[in-house]
Design a protein around this ligand. Structure first.
Ligand SMILES: Nc1nc2c(ncn2[C@@H]2O[C@H](COP(=O)(O)OP(=O)(O)O)[C@@H](O)[C@H]2O)c(=O)[nH]1
Ligand SMILES: [Mg+2]
Length: 295
C-alpha cells in the first residue's frame, strides 16, 4: 500500500511514469488508494464492434484537449487502435499539434483473469486519474457481453455509438444498452443508411413521451458532427434511472476489490475447495477481517 501512496503522490505532481505504474499496480493487486475527491467525470463509450468507437474517441479527444481539458482514455478493448496511444499521438504530432499531447493520456487496461473482472479495478483507476487532475476520462468498452452493463453502471455518462447497420441497432435495443445510454451517436454519416438509422432510433425513443435524449449523426472518419456531439455530452443530464444502479455497482466493485486483494484469499479458496470451510464461513472470515481493518 505504501508503494501505491508514493506513486500517487508523484502522479499528482504530473509524473506520467508514476501514473502508469500506479495503474499497473492497481490492475495487478486490486489494491486501491483511498480517494474521496473527484474533479472530472467519466464517459463510457459503448456500441457494437466496428461501429467506430475508437475513431470517434480519437476525434472527441482532440476537441476536449484543445479546449484545455485533460483527457484520459482507458481502452478495455485489446484490439482498439487507441491501445498504447501511439496511433492517436502520431496523428496529433503529424498535424503539428504537439502541445495537445500534454493534455492526453491513453492507456489500455487488460481485461483481467475472468470475464467481467475489469470492473473492480476500473473504478479505482478512474478515481486515481480524477485525483491526478484528468478532467475527462473516457472508457472504451469491448462492445459486447454482460460486462457492458457493469461498466455502464460505473460511468457518469454513457455514449452509445452505432453504425448505419440496422442489425446492430436492434441488438443494442434488445440488450437494453439503448435504455442505459445518455446520448446516442449514429456514426458513419458519410455512408448511406446512417440518417435513416438515426431516424429509426429517434422514433423508437419518442415512443416514451418523456424521453428527450439526443440522437446525433456523426462521421468520425470525416470529422462531421463532432463538435455538436461533444457539446451535447457536456450538457447532458445523466439519467436518473442509472443513479441507483450506479451506486450499487460502485459498492459491489469496491467490495469485489476488497475481496480479491484480501491477503488470505488464496488460502480461503483452497479451504473452500477441500471442503474444510463453507462459503458462509469464508464470508465470515473475510467480513470480520475487513471490519477489524485487516484488509
Ligand atoms: N465510412 C466510415 N468509416 C468509419 C467511420 N468511423 C470509423 N470507421 C471505420 O470503421 C472501422 C471500425 O472503426 P473502429 O473505430 O475501430 O470501431 P470500434 O470497433 O467500434 O472501436 C474502421 O475501419 C474505421 O476506419 C466513419 O465515420 N465513416
Ligand atoms: Mg475500438
Amino acid at each position: 500500500m505504501t508503494d501505491i501512496s508514493n506513486l500517487l503522490e508523484s502522479a499528482k505532481l504530473g509524473d506520467r511514469r508514476s501514473l502508469s505504474m500506479l495503474i499497473s499496480a492497481i490492475s495487478e493487486s486490486g489494491d486501491s488508494p483511498n480517494i474521496h475527491s473527484a474533479t472530472g467525470w467519466i464517459l463510457g463509450v459503448t456500441g457494437p464492434p466496428g461501429s467506430g468507437k475508437s475513431t470517434l474517441i480519437g476525434q472527441m479527444v482532440r476537441k476536449w484537449a484543445s479546449s484545455g481539458e485533460r483527457v484520459a482514455v482507458l481502452a478495455l478493448d485489446p484490439t482498439s487502435p487507441l491501445s498504447g496511444g501511439s496511433l492517436l499521438a502520431d496523428r496529433i504530432r503529424m498535424e503539428g499539434e504537439d502541445e495537445l499531447l500534454e493534455n492526453v493520456f491513453v492507456r489500455s487496461i487488460p481485461s483481467g483473469k475472468t470475464p467481467g473482472a475489469v470492473s473492480p479495478i476500473l473504478w479505482p483507476i478512474c478515481s486515481v486519474l480524477s485525483e491526478c487532475g484528468w478532467t475527462r476520462i473516457i472508457v472504451e468498452t469491448v462492445g459486447t457481453g454482460q460486462s457492458e452493463f457493469r461498466i455502464a453502471a460505473l460511468v457518469d455518462r454513457l455514449l452509445l455509438v452505432d453504425g448505419p447497420d440496422r442489425g446492430d441497432i436492434i441488438q443494442a435495443e434488445k440488450a437494453g444498452i439503448l435504455e442505459l445510454a445518455d446520448v446516442i451517436a449514429v456514426n458513419k454519416s458519410d455512408l448511406p443508411g446512417a440518417s435513416s438509422a438515426a431516424q429509426h432510433i429517434r422514433s423508437s425513443l419518442s415512443l416514451a413521451s418523456d424521453d428527450n435524449r439526443e440522437v446525433v449523426l456523426v462521421s468520425a472518419k470525416e470529422g462531421h458532427g463532432i463538435q455538436e456531439l461533444v457539446e451535447i455530452i457536456e450538457k447532458c443530464e445523466p439519467q436518473n434511472t442509472r443513479g441507483k444502479m450506479m451506486m450499487m455497482e460502485r459498492l459491489i466493485s469496491e467490495w469485489d476489490s476488497i475481496l480479491v486483494s484480501h491477503p488470505e484469499i488464496d488460502k480461503i479458496i483452497s479451504e473452500l475447495c477441500d471442503g474444510s470451510i463453507t462459503v458462509r464461513e469464508a464470508i465470515e472470515i473475510l467480513v470480520s477481517s475487513v471490519r477489524d481493518g485487516g484488509s
